[in-house]
Design a protein around this ligand. Structure first.
Ligand SMILES: C[S@@+](CC[C@H](N)C(=O)[O-])C[C@H]1O[C@@H](n2cnc3c(N)ncnc32)[C@H](O)[C@@H]1O
Length: 901
């Protein structure tokens, strides 16, 4: 960045705790989110973009008080978690942005726009949005929400009466009950439900004969399991490959499948609504390995794969899920499948139907190994027929809307939403959908893509689409329209199908994006699952998105070795070159005074692969002459407030802020780079710690200032004049970080210094007195001093052990300890937080630490670092949990001081 450029707030400060909490709430929210409109992979939580965009647009005021005021605006923008901020705060934020750009606010561009989270939040802040994606599926989703829907915001419904939606649901959906004019998306909601009903009734008429129900029951779903012939020549039975016989584990409503063998035939019987009993053990004996129910022979995964390749895997109906009226109450009843149920399900597959081929080497696609070659193979014939019938009916809707007097824009909005509904339906409509049973709740209907992959499923459910439960059509539409409340309404946006290397909305934009994360997700391969349904309904309405028979596979900026003949290096180079070109393009369209915001997802902690993922994106940035002016770790999924096992997860996203490197930037030597690191890192680390960044995130956070030092030079050269690459720079940054933490250790009291060194070597174990004596003397203390200070004890004569794990005195307070130490403070805090009293007790103690507080905080980071290096997972989690709760503890300690306890 040039000296004359003003820093943006995002380059100086962010209220991370509040942003993290809001992201967590957003991710935890299951209904009423834009994700309910359609599945897309790796969505960013909306509050994160709201905060980041605001902070990227307003200048840092270079004044603590004024900065605090801006940070407070951000806190209020995200304070409601998954819900929207109040109108007043939004107005204030929009006003501040407008004041920052007197000659017009910039357009926000996301060239990897995916499901459109950036675009929605840009619009919410009063900005025009431009999104592009190389893949038609996300382009459709984001175009629908940011371009197609705003164009019909406020439109009156063609069919104000919504059939099938009771008063209660109308109120729930925000639909006015009176005859007044519709506002917002009320009209559209009514019409989507209206045309959705027409689709359903049309499909019902055509499919009635294949869905027989018994008197008095409402169908919900059928359960199925795959079958294979036993390889034992003496047996050969068609055995059932299920991973569980349970249908419901809910207390008091237990249901399961019993099986019996007569000769080589297996019969099934469902037990339902039982107060006790349990399902038989499943025949699954390993991952993709089963025992034959008849002779107990093993069907291993190699055998099952080869059976699949020969099209010899079958499936069998194992039960029927219904709801029935029992004593005036609707209850779920599981019953045995009868011959009529089975016969009706066995429709013929249309031999003329062509479907999109599956790439068996596609990332996360594991069904290819079992002989599934086309996406149609993922459906039973009846599932497929149902999907195709609904798709036919949706395709008619556009014409109907026009006939009913709707404009082309309005018809496109209704059709796009119903086509997205088809995509949602497909998630419940294939053999990828599985039930999940719980002891505390009714059985769940899980749709495809719980993870970003297509695994082989051994048992699955078949949804009855005309009902009201799980993935039934009407249910999906009602859930989808609930998301409208999160859309900004009147707004201007455009979404194009374009490659980020060349995408351009003009110039002077703010680029904010969340690009693909190296090799994590094969977007193009997975998206064909949805594409065939979208295309069928919309190819004449949105022709630019649906020109090709399948989603375009070339150009995707991922590093998938499968796309490069299995060559990892070629995949990595493709990724780096593609991103270098992309970042060059993005600099051309960016406003000169605005940074580029790149959010990069982060998966695991450490490891060579992770280093290489990070080095790849950073290398592209450096090669494209970008300077990194900051990084922020954001927890999108696991709350910073979680304790125990999950508390050690690394940040889900790292936000990188970049600026074009000034042309005047010079090369520097390795020595000078190292010097710069040692000069700049301690301050930055101190600030991160003060901001409560989790120890587990510290290495990634330190990458920011480290890369800042690296990227401001045109090159860093070693003694032979060779350029030092990003991977080496990352290693140097890590080394410098360790030194900073070491130095912080040097500032500790001598007792704690001893304890750290001892613990590093012996963990919580016992070692000889002589060794302890040798280690204590250089600190100017004796072993007896350590014992008196309560830092160590003699577990048996001649041996020493540091204290901190296990029984600690919960009455300990520094004020009553003659020699209180940072070591004790840390371990008493962790003990109270995790093992006794929780945040309240730990917060009270923090409030009484006085001068020890900062030293204790720095010590936790140091101990966490040692635990990582030594692979001490349990300790890592404890220290991480302590920092994760630090702000809660501070809040409690402040209340304590105010005398409220
Ligand atoms: C991590 S996702 C974006 C998620 C998005 N931020 C959201 O909240 O839904 C990355 C996106 O990059 C897209 N993509 C991959 N290669 C691309 C390219 N060369 N040009 C444009 N988009 C691309 C993928 O299709 C995918 O939608």
């Amino acid at each position: 960045m040039t000296a004359s450029q003003r820093k943006k707030l995002i380059e100086v400060a962010l209220p991370l705790d509040e942003i993290n909490a809001a992201c967590k709430a957003d991710k935890d929210r299951k209904t009423g989110t834009i994700r309910n409109l359609h599945k897309w992979f790796a969505p960013m939580p909306l509050p994160a973009w709201r905060a980041l965009l605001f902070a990227a647009l307003v200048d840092d005021p270079e004044d603590d008080e004024q900065r605090a005021r801006l940070l407070d605006v951000i806190k209020r923008l995200v304070v409601n978690g998954a819900d929207l901020p109040d109108e007043e705060t939004l107005r204030e934020a929009r006003g501040l942005i407008a004041a920052q750009f007197p000659s017009g606010v910039p357009t926000v561009m996301d060239p990897f726009c995916g499901g459109g989270s950036t675009l929605i939040e840009a619009q919410r802040l009063g900005l025009t949005s431009y999104g592009s994606d190389i893949n038609p599926v996300p382009a459709l989703i984001s175009r629908t929400i940011s371009e197609v829907l705003p164009a019909v915001h406020g439109a009156q419904p063609l069919h104000p009466e919504v059939s099938g939606v009771g008063r209660e649901l109308q109120a729930d959906l925000g639909l006015g009950l009176t005859q007044r004019a519709s506002t917002g998306y009320e009209g559209l909601t009514r019409d989507v439900l209206h045309y959705g009903d027409i689709v359903k009734e049309g499909a019902r008429r055509r499919l009635a004969s294949i869905y027989p129900a018994q008197d008095g029951e409402e169908l919900v779903a059928w359960t199925w399991a795959r079958t294979a012939h036993c390889p034992n020549p003496a047996c050969g039975a068609e055995t059932i490959l299920t991973s569980s016989w349970w249908l419901s584990r809910k207390k008091g409503e237990l249901a399961w499948i019993e099986w019996d063998v007569t000769g080589r035939d297996i019969s099934l019987r469902v037990v339902s609504n039982s107060a006790n009993g349990e399902a038989p053990p499943s025949p699954k004996i390993g991952d993709g390995v089963f025992a034959c129910l008849v002779c107990n022979a093993t069907l291993d995964s190699k055998y099952l794969r080869s059976q699949g390749m020969q099209e010899r895997l079958g499936y069998r109906m194992t039960g029927v899920i219904t709801t029935q009226n029992v004593k005036g109450k609707k209850v779920r009843v599981y019953r045995t499948a009868n011959p009529d149920d089975v016969a009706a399900a066995l429709v013929e597959r249309d031999p003329g139907e062509s479907s999109i081929p599956i790439d068996p080497k596609g990332q996360g696609i594991r069904v290819g190994g079992y002989g599934m070659q086309e996406w149609a193979d993922l459906y039973t014939p009846r599932q497929r027929l149902a999907m195709r019938t609904f798709a036919d009916e949706v395709a008619r809707v556009h014409g109907q809307v026009i006939e009913d007097g709707g404009t082309a824009e309005y018809a496109a909005a209704v059709s796009s939403l119903l086509a997205l509904g088809l995509g949602k339906m497909a998630q419940y409509g294939s053999t990828q959908a599985m039930i999940a049973t719980f002891t505390t709740s009714s059985t769940f209907f899980n749709s495809a893509f719980g993870r970003s992959d297509v695994p082989i499923t051994w048992d699955f459910f078949e949804q009855y689409f005309f009902g009201e439960v799980g993935g039934a059509w009407s249910q999906l539409l009602k859930t989808a329209v609930r998301a409208f409340r999160l859309l900004p309404g009147t707004a201007t946006g455009r979404v194009a199908l374009a490659d980020a290397r060349t995408s351009s909305p003009g110039t002077g934009v703010l680029v904010a994006t969340d690009p693909p994360y190296f090799d994590a997700i094969g977007y193009a391969d997975l998206s064909d699952y949805f594409y065939e349904w979208h295309r069928g309904a919309l190819k004449d309405i949105l022709p630019d998105l649906f020109q090709t028979a399948a989603t375009p596979k070339s150009g995707e900026l991922t590093a998938l070795p499968g796309k490069h003949g299995g060559n990892k290096t070629a995949a990595k180079n493709y990724f780096i070159n593609g991103f270098t070109e992309t970042f060059q393009n993005l600099q051309r369209v960016s406003a000169p005074d605005l940074p580029l915001i790149v959010v990069y997802a982060s998966k695991e902690q450490g490891g060579r692969d992770e280093q290489s993922r990070w080095a790849s994106i950073l290398t592209a940035m450096i090669d494209a002459d970008l300077e990194i002016t900051g990084t922020w770790p954001i927890h999108g999924t696991s709350s910073t407030r979680k304790r125990g096992m999950e508390s050690n997860a690394v940040a889900t996203y790292v936000v990188m802020i970049c600026r074009p490197r000034p042309k005047s930037a010079k090369a520097t030597s390795l020595t000078d780079f190292n010097r710069a690191l040692r000069r700049e890192l301690p301050r930055a680390v101190h600030d991160f710690q003060a901001a409560g960044i989790l120890p587990v995130d510290l290495a990634q956070a330190a990458m920011g200032p480290g890369m800042q030092a690296y990227s401001r030079y045109s090159a860093v050269q070693d003694q032979e004049g060779h350029a030092v690459g990003v991977e080496q720079a990352l290693r140097l940054i890590n080394a410098a970080l360790s030194e900073v933490l070491d130095e912080q250790q040097g500032e500790l009291d001598p007792y704690s210094r001893f304890a750290v060194a001892w613990w590093e070597k012996h963990e919580w174990g016992i070692a000889a007195f002589g060794e302890a004596d040798q280690l204590a003397r250089p600190q100017g203390i004796s072993v007896d001093d350590l014992i008196r200070a309560g830092v160590a004890h003699y577990p048996r004569p001649g041996n020493v052990q540091v204290l901190g794990a296990g029984d600690l005195d919960r009455a300990w307070l520094p004020s009553v300890d003659m020699q209180a130490t940072a070591w004790e403070a840390v371990h008493h805090l962790a003990d109270r937080l995790i093992d006794g009293g929780g945040v309240v007790e730990a917060g009270r103690l923090l409030g009484r630490l006085g001068d020890l507080r900062d030293a204790a905080q720095a010590l936790v980071y140091r101990l966490h670092e040692i635990a990582v290096v030594k692979g001490r997972i349990k300790d890592q989690e404890r220290y991480n949990a302590l920092i994760g709760s630090w702000s809660d503890l501070l809040a409690i300690s402040a209340t304590e001081k105010e005398g409220l306890f």
